[in-house]
Design a protein around this ligand. Structure first.
Ligand SMILES: COc1ccc(/C(C)=C/C(=O)O)cc1
Ligand SMILES: [Zn+2]
Length: 260
């Protein structure tokens, strides 16, 4: 009979270390952030986001998340300040979410998780020539993490969630002039620590900046993420894309600093 060969093998985080030994490294992400154990560092200035109105290019279901990619050929959209020594260029943003309720974020705060987490990925184009090179350097990437909590509709997230039906399967579609500045909470108070990518190759190249204040999105908007599929249109199985979050990793003596 027709032998189904699953194209879509979901590798769980607990076995990533077999192919990526760095998964058990000393600066892995995410982590559980314990606010009272974070060191308030008065030398930490505010994080500054200078995003151009029109550098977004497309939205893609890459088989493990939904990613909005940006034109990073110049410094039109950058993050700077805070723990960063120079501007980092916006490359893409993506989300992590659960299958229901308030599980889905990667970082947790005093053991509590949020329904989802948005990651804005930037790279150090001052020191490195390409994103790929920066992604393997200890100060190569800066990822801004924003928690999503359920409540009222988010006025601007609609632009993204209303486009998700077009990328139900592993495909891409155009998104013009989406400025992710509209996805920020009112306060830019943050925690920062040295960590890693949270999906393979798990490179320990990320300066994390996690905002304390979540943004509020509706259950309906969040539900649209859950109807995405890990699988491609050509595949028989339809595996819903959910729970695409890595659990917190050991701190291994790292200090979390707070701007608060
Ligand atoms: C060089 O290959 C890469 C693969 C994934 C990533 C990211 C941005 C992973 C993550 O978001 O955890 C970066 C580089
Ligand atoms: Zn992420």
């Amino acid at each position: 009979g027709h032998h189904f060969i699953p194209f879509c093998i979901i590798i769980s985080p607990s076995v990533w270390h077999k192919n990526y030994p760095v998964a058990q490294g000393n600066r892995q992400s995410p982590i559980d952030i314990v606010p009272h154990q974070a060191l308030h560092d008065p030398s930490l200035g505010p994080v500054v986001l200078n995003y151009d109105q029109c550098t977004s290019m497309n939205i893609t279901n890459n088989g493990h998340s939904v990613v909005v990619q940006f034109d990073d050929s110049d410094d039109r959209s950058v993050i700077q300040g805070g723990p960063l020594d120079n501007p980092y260029r916006l490359k893409q943003f993506h989300f992590h979410w659960g299958e229901k309720g308030c599980h889905g974020s990667e970082h947790t705060v005093a053991g509590n998780s949020y329904a989802s987490e948005l990651h804005l990925v930037h790279w150090n184009a001052v020191k490195y020539k390409t994103f790929g090179e920066a992604a393997t350097a200890p100060d190569g990437l800066a990822v801004l993490g924003i928690f999503l909590e359920t409540g009222d509709d988010h006025r601007w997230l609609h632009v993204i969630t209303d486009a998700l039906y077009m990328v139900k399967f592993k495909v891409s579609t155009t998104v013009n002039c989406f400025n992710p500045k509209c996805l920020l909470p009112s306060s830019l108070h943050y925690w920062t620590y040295l960590g890693s990518l949270t999906t393979p190759p798990l490179h320990e190249s990320v300066i994390w900046i996690v905002l304390r204040e979540p943004i509020i999105v509706s259950e309906k908007q969040l539900g649209k993420f859950r109807m995405l599929l890990f699988t491609g249109e050509e595949e028989d199985q339809r595996i819903r894309m959910e729970n695409n979050f890595r659990p917190p990793q050991p701190l291994k003596g790292r200090k979390v600093r707070s701007s608060i």
